[in-house]
Write a protein of this length. Structure first.
Length: 60
């Protein structure tokens, strides 16, 4: 299972972090990808949460 901000919504996530509405980052978000574009694993299920983040379940 993977979770990540949607790449196009990362600027919004930064603003939400600054005003204290989401958790602080533990590292830079330099390589965000859309889960539907991941080719190494088979995507079983993807969910977009709040229009801001993506949750994906993959199998090998």
């Amino acid at each position: 299972m993977l979770t990540s901000p949607l790449p196009c919504m990362d600027p919004v996530m930064k603003v939400l972090e600054l005003v204290g509405l989401n958790q602080k980052r533990t590292g830079p978000h330099e390589n965000l990808v859309y889960f539907k574009n991941i080719k190494l694993f088979k995507l079983k299920k993807i969910k977009i949460i709040g229009g801001l983040s993506q949750w994906g379940i993959f199998v090998k």
